[in-house]
Design a protein. Structure first.
Length: 218
């Protein structure tokens, strides 16, 4: 079911919206949260904090999309499963009290179906991410992340695909579980020498899509 259904549903129910600016945080991992958020406009990054204090990136999310529906359905407050940081110049969110949102879901069959599909898709995404981490070397993990970024930000330009979004080596390291940006820099330099990628104006250009795609096939 298309997410436009959810957006129309929220508009119909006069749902409040809030706006956040670039690199501000909407939620923090482990802190109590009483709202469900749906990204209406913009780009965000979700992440968690590992036991050693490092930030592990989970995903980029582009509007429109649900941020998270994890945890129980009945508590007014629950612990936030993610840090949510705004990556676009600004982002706009629908903001619904959790209990109200789940009342909507329980009373609407179409919305129930949508939420069921959402959970299934997120589960498959989680499984894919775990495979990427477990079955790849550091270089393979970087390549797998680059392929995922194509699907989110890729723009075809003649003989290459441009990842049309500024992504730092720190962020790539955070997605791959690599401890330092220097390791990512070394891997990207190696891929550049192999003519798999190029970097122009701080944006990554993918020259050999098949090569990086091979690290996502398990």
């Amino acid at each position: 079911m298309n997410i436009e259904f959810l957006l129309e549903f929220l508009e119909k129910n006069n749902t409040d919206t809030i706006t956040r600016k670039h690199h501000s945080y909407l939620t923090f991992y482990g802190l109590e949260e009483q709202y469900t958020y749906v990204l209406k406009e913009g780009i965000i990054k979700t992440s968690i904090i590992l036991k050693d204090g490092r930030e592990f990136n989970v995903s980029y999310i582009c509007a429109p999309d649900i941020i998270s529906l994890l945890r129980d359905e009945v508590s007014a407050n629950t612990l936030s499963p993610f840090n949510v940081r705004i990556e676009s110049e600004e982002a706009v969110f629908y903001k619904i009290p959790r209990v109200t949102f789940w009342k909507y879901v329980n009373n609407d069959k179409k919305l129930q179906t949508y939420i069921k599909d959402y959970y299934r898709d997120k589960l498959l995404e989680c499984i894919d991410n775990q495979k990427m981490m477990i079955m790849n070397s550091k270089k393979g993990a970087v390549c797998a992340i680059l392929y995922k970024l194509i699907n989110i930000f890729g723009k075809q330009e003649k003989d290459r695909i441009v990842i049309d979004f500024l992504i730092t080596n720190d962020d790539i390291a955070g997605f791959c579980g690599i401890s330092t940006r220097n390791s990512v820099n070394r891997i990207l330099h190696e891929l550049k020498n192999e003519k798999v990628i190029d970097i122009v104006n701080n944006k990554i250009h993918i020259l050999d899509v098949e090569y990086i795609h091979s690290f996502t096939l398990y």
